[in-house]
Design a protein around this ligand. Structure first.
Ligand code: UT7
Length: 329
């Protein structure tokens, strides 16, 4: 895997929504409290992009990454956006980003692997870069979970947030390996889903009766928790193994932010301690695929990334999907 070259991240960006929602804000209308949420999840607050669109966040994060890289929009030759909460079925979020930033003529692709989406998107980008098909790829992950959680359901409403992160990648010479996998579920045994609000209606005369309700997320938290602890370990180990390494040899591990207890259990299972693990779940909650690129941007902008550092990113999500990338910054 490493023989094809790695990735060189030349710019990072993110968008942090304005509205800060504390745990106690939920206690006003749900049977919950700060103590339960903090101790069971590690979340104290989250940001919501109320009254706004996902595309606004994606565009802002992408613009921020472009500025950070010093690239002109015209230099970007491919745009990949990970999202499971788009504004439209089509056009894609990647087309909206390209249009807004005048990235003319670039290829555009949206990826939906739920919370694993950024890992999958970055792996696609690396393949194109390794083959020399494209030279500069913008990879964005942008999620507006606040539009899809049921605010009457305390078991999911408190867990999620909104946000976007972006990176610009070129071909690099450092190590790289990935492990992308899934444990697909069918409709009957689905532990995490958000159904498209469309009921097949073959009768033309009934066309106005289709429901207008916004689709909401459903989750069997315990099932996802168990799956997550196991596959986070598997994915990180398998990706590292392809390089003849183990996760302990990486300088920073950046895991998906669903629950601090999931992260701690997986890290313990890998025989590691929390000192190399970067998290921001406390202030951002779970922003699905946007977690990892947002954390990369936080690390870069606070001067905690150095060239040559070995980074392991690892995620899991609906599908169920999971994956990890080990690379040199
Ligand atoms: O990105 C991927 C998507 N998400 C995840 O990966 C989430 C994975 N799952 C989890 O993080 C955890 O399973 C949860 C945080 C969702 C739940 O934590 P838990 O420790 O597994 O709690 P539980 O489901 O066993 O519930 C314990 C109790 C229940 O009450 P009873 O039946 O014991 O009376 C729940 O109804 O806690 C109750 N509960 C709450 N209480 C106060 C559930 N949510 C809340 C809440 N506030 N928000």
């Amino acid at each position: 895997m490493g023989g094809f070259g790695g990735i060189n991240i030349i710019g990072t960006g993110s968008f942090v929504p304005e509205y800060r929602i504390k745990n106690d804000d939920f206690a006003c209308f749900l049977d919950t409290n700060d103590e339960w949420i903090t101790s069971r999840t590690g979340i104290s607050e989250r940001r919501f992009h109320f009254n706004g669109k996902n595309s606004e966040m994606a565009i802002a994060a992408a613009r921020n990454a472009l500025e950070d890289s010093g690239c002109f929009p015209g230099e970007i030759d491919y745009v990949i956006v990970s999202t499971s909460t788009p504004d439209y079925f089509y056009p894609s979020l990647s087309c909206q980003v390209s249009d807004a930033l005048s990235i003319k003529g670039a290829g555009c692709l949206d990826v939906n692997a739920a919370c694993t989406g950024f890992v999958s998107a970055l792996d696609i980008a690396r393949s194109y870069l390794a083959l020399g098909v494209y030279q500069k790829i913008l990879v964005v992950a942008s999620e507006k979970l606040s539009s899809h959680v049921d605010f009457n359901d305390r078991t999911t409403a408190v867990l999620f947030g909104d946000g976007a992160g972006a990176i610009i990648a070129e071909k690099g010479e450092g190590i790289y390996s990935s492990y992308i996998s899934s444990n697909p579920e069918c409709e009957e045994d689905n532990s995490l889903y958000c159904k498209v609000n469309y009921e097949p209606n073959h009768k033309f005369e009934n066309r106005y009766e289709q429901t207008k309700k916004t689709p909401h997320m459903f989750m069997d938290g315990k099932a996802v928790y168990k799956f997550a602890v196991e596959v986070m370990q598997t994915a990180a180990e398998k990706a590292a193994e392809k390089l003849g390494m183990s996760p302990s040899q990486f300088d920073i591990i950046i895991p998906h932010q669903a629950n601090i207890r999931i992260i701690k259990s997986a890290i313990k299972g890998l025989g590691l301690t929390m000192d190399k693990i970067y998290t921001h779940i406390n202030t951002r909650a779970n922003i699905s695929s946007a977690c990892i690129p947002t954390m990369l941007d936080e690390l870069k902008k606070s001067n905690r990334l150095e060239r040559g550092m070995k980074i392991c990113i690892v995620a899991f999500g609906a599908g169920l999907t999971f994956g990890s990338i080990c690379f040199e910054y």
